[in-house]
Design a protein around this ligand. Sequence first.
Ligand SMILES: [Zn+2]
Length: 77
Amino acid sequence: MIKGFCVLCYNKPMKRELMEILACPVCKGDLELTVGEENEEEIVAGSLYCPKCQVHYPIKETIPNLLPPDQQGQSGV
Ligand SMILES: [Zn+2]
């Protein structure tokens, strides 16, 4: 499996297995998972951090928001 920008991962519940395929949308580097809250299967709340870009991508209600920082807050994708 190719590790990198994964469009299919968007709007999917965040699971620990997804760390294998998720990468920073900007630099394609590895992300660090910080768990705020999780259930048996999914990360409910937390964040993904890219140490290279020094950007946090929030996970809210199991959905990781992996939009690049300059695209966050925009609507109508
Ligand atoms: Zn990055």
